[in-house]
Design a protein around this ligand. Structure first.
Ligand SMILES: N[C@@H](CCC(=O)N[C@@H](CS)C(=O)NCC(=O)O)C(=O)O
Length: 251
C-alpha cells in the first residue's frame, strides 16, 4: 500500500476506536517481569488488550501469531488452544485468555480498579474494532514468508499511533517477536507530532518517565522507533522501518 494511504487509513482506524490507547497513566509501576502477549495485530479482540497496555503504561513482549504462521500452530500444540489474545503474567503466574478477561485482569492488578467500558469487548466495541481492522484491509492478520529473527526486536510505540500501526502489522505478518515499549501521552504537551507540540514552551516530558528517558537519549520523543539487536540498526520514520523490515526479514 502507498505509504500516505497507509497513514490515512491508520488514522481512520484510530478514530474509529475513539483514539483509545493514546493516554498513559502517570502512576503505574512496571512489574518486575515484563508481560507477554500472544497477539495478532489485525485481530479486533487483541486490540483491546494493547489499548489497555498503553493506557496502563505497561510494556509487553509481543509474540505475533498471524494466521497460517508457525507461532499459532506452536501455541495450539503447547496450550491446546489457538484462541487469541493470550496474556502471560509471570509475576503472578497467570495465563489469561480472551480480551475481556485480560483487560479486566490488567486493570485490577495494575491499577486497582475496573477498566473503562470503552475497553471491554462488548458488541459495540467489537464492531468498532472490527471496522478498524477492516479499514486497514485486515493488515497484520496473515503470515508472510519470513526469514525470522534470532533475537527479539524492540519497538517504541503507543497503540493508537497511526505511524506505528503499519510497523506493528508488518512485525506481526513476519512473525517477529518484539519488546513493545509503550510511550503513551501523559500530559497535554505530549500531544501532537514530535515537531509540532501543542505547547508554546520547550517540550519537557514528565520527569523520570519512559518518555523522559527517550527524550534524554534522542533529544525528542517520536514513535515508531525500532531497535534491531540482530543487525545493530536503530531507526526512526515509519516508511524507513517498513522498508528495512521487508528488506531484512521478508523471505
Ligand atoms: N514521519 C514520522 C512521523 C512520526 C510521528 O509523528 N509520530 C507521532 C505519533 S503517531 C509522534 O511521535 N508524536 C510525538 C509523541 O508522541 O510524543 C514517521 O513516519 O514515523
Amino acid at each position: 500500500m502507498n505509504h500516505a494511504l497507509n497513514i490515512v487509513t491508520s488514522t481512520i482506524a484510530s478514530s474509529i476506536r475513539s483514539w483509545r490507547g493514546t493516554s498513559a497513566s502517570k502512576t503505574s509501576q512496571p512489574p518486575a517481569k515484563t508481560l507477554i502477549l500472544f497477539d495478532r495485530e489485525g485481530c479486533p479482540q487483541c486490540r483491546f488488550v494493547r489499548e489497555a497496555l498503553t493506557e496502563l503504561n505497561l510494556d509487553v513482549i509481543i509474540k505475533p501469531c498471524p494466521q497460517g504462521g508457525n507461532a499459532i500452530t506452536q501455541l495450539k500444540l503447547e496450550t491446546g488452544s489457538s484462541e487469541l489474545p493470550l496474556l502471560i503474567d509471570e509475576n503472578t503466574e497467570q495465563q489469561i485468555r480472551g480480551a475481556e478477561a485480560a483487560v479486566n485482569y490488567l486493570f485490577e492488578r495494575y491499577r486497582g480498579k475496573r477498566p473503562p467500558k470503552q475497553l471491554l469487548a462488548n458488541r459495540f466495541n467489537q464492531l468498532a474494532s472490527s471496522l478498524a481492522s477492516g479499514i486497514r484491509f485486515n493488515a497484520g492478520t496473515v503470515a508472510k514468508p519470513s526469514k525470522g529473527a534470532d533475537k527479539p526486536l524492540t519497538l517504541y510505540s503507543f497503540e493508537s499511533s497511526p505511524f506505528s500501526r503499519p510497523v506493528r502489522e508488518l512485525l506481526c505478518e513476519l512473525e517477529l517477536p518484539y519488546l513493545l515499549v509503550t510511550l503513551g501521552k501523559q500530559q497535554k504537551s505530549d500531544m501532537g507530532p514530535a515537531n509540532f507540540r501543542f505547547t508554546l514552551k520547550p517540550y519537557q516530558p514528565i520527569a523520570n518517565s519512559k518518555r523522559d528517558a527517550f527524550f534524554k537519549a534522542h533529544g525528542n520523543v517520536q514513535v515508531p522507533y525500532l531497535i534491531d539487536p540482530n543487525t545493530g540498526i536503530s531507526l526512526f520514520e515509519s516508511a524507513d522501518i517498513i522498508k528495512y523490515l521487508n528488506d531484512t526479514y521478508a523471505a
